[in-house]
Design a protein around this ligand. Structure first.
Ligand SMILES: C[S@@+](CC[C@H](N)C(=O)[O-])C[C@H]1O[C@@H](n2cnc3c(N)ncnc32)[C@H](O)[C@@H]1O
Length: 313
């Protein structure tokens, strides 16, 4: 996970706190943590970010290092625990977002655990694409959207906020992931707007056949062999269920192409994230299905073909 996914917004205010250490002790740990990061080839910003998530220290506090002289710094965990977690970052390659239990995503500060994929910055664009490409999104009447493979609930929360008249139906086959997604929906008071289902892709949504205005998904799309070859932060810590898309990476996407026409209403949008090199194959799958029009490829901010959309005929 790169430091591009880190944002200084702190979850300090929402967490249990009441642990104290001297400014000198905290500063000392921070210096050592940065040194260890450099030696282990880990972005030093991650040590700063973890400290900011665990305290009320601002960017300016960190830059001026003025907290060094404070008699007490309030933390969300004992300093010894922070030390231990940083060791996990260095020695076991545990992503810093799991160590902090939180990650920023769009305008949310989401709770995450090793039961869910850490939502990536590029996935944020799915919400903007849904709004821009859906001919139904601007209708002020009640609508139904689904986030298939909701994980932490990131896309569901994003859609619920962007589409004030919509009910979002969020599905995942992992009970642990759904618990995190529900926790995040509660934190943002969105439980009235998002319904959660345990199950396999469209299977729990039989009551919505022909009714969906949109399907948005970031399914597992990495070829099985490649999952094992990714950086240890991903392959050793993120759930393989969230990553592994079968031998060519397209197993889940084939399901979504085949089943969505039964659930989307005419003009309903089909929109997914995928990895570099998959877009052309997914476009072929959509045209071959015969139930889609306006099939399009979209790039992420790095210019990579990252998303495919279509409309139900
Ligand atoms: C790539 S993650 C995406 C998580 C989240 N939507 C995000 O963008 O950060 C894929 C998610 O799909 C779920 N998943 C995998 N296979 C599934 C299936 N057959 N049915 C439903 N969900 C599935 C995983 O548990 C995981 O949460």
């Amino acid at each position: 996970m790169s430091d591009a996914n880190l944002d200084p917004r702190s979850s300090f205010s929402t967490q249990k706190r009441g642990f104290f250490a001297s400014g000198q002790a905290v500063w000392q740990w921070w210096q050592e943590a940065q040194g260890a990061a450099i030696a282990a080839n880990i972005p030093v910003e991650e040590a700063t970010w973890l400290l900011q998530q665990s305290s009320a220290l601002s960017n300016l506090d960190m830059r001026l290092e003025r907290f060094k002289d404070q008699p007490q710094i309030e933390l969300v965990m004992p300093l010894e625990e922070l030390v231990q977690r940083w060791q996990q970052r260095i020695q076991q390659h545990t992503p810093v977002q799991y160590l902090a239990g939180t990650t920023p995503w769009r305008n949310f500060q989401l709770t995450v655990s090793s039961a869910v994929l850490i939502p990536r910055p590029e996935t944020e664009l799915l919400i903007d694409l849904a709004l821009r490409l859906s001919p139904l999104a601007s209708c002020p009447s009640p609508s139904h959207w689904t986030d298939l493979g909701t994980g932490s609930g990131a896309i569901a929360l994003g859609l619920a906020t962007a589409l004030p008249h919509a009910t979002i139906h969020a599905v995942d086959c992992s009970h642990e992931a759904l618990a995190i997604a529900q926790f995040n929906a509660q934190a943002y008071r969105l439980t009235e707007r998002i319904q959660f289902y345990h199950g396999v892709w469209f299977e729990p949504l039989a009551h919505l056949q022909g009714c969906l205005d949109g399907m948005v998904s970031n399914p597992p799309y990495i070829p099985s062999q490649m999952v094992l070859e990714l950086e240890p932060e991903v392959t050793q810590h993120e759930p393989h269920l969230a990553l592994d898309g079968g031998s060519d990476g397209l197993d889940c996407i084939r399901h979504l192409v085949a089943d969505a026409p039964d659930y989307l209403r005419s003009g309903g949008i089909w929109l997914i994230e995928l990895m570099m090199g998959q877009a052309a194959s997914v476009v072929d799958l959509l045209w071959a299905n015969g139930n889609y029009r306006d099939v399009q490829i979209h790039q992420d901010l790095a210019g990579i073909e990252r998303f495919v959309s279509a409309l139900r005929i």
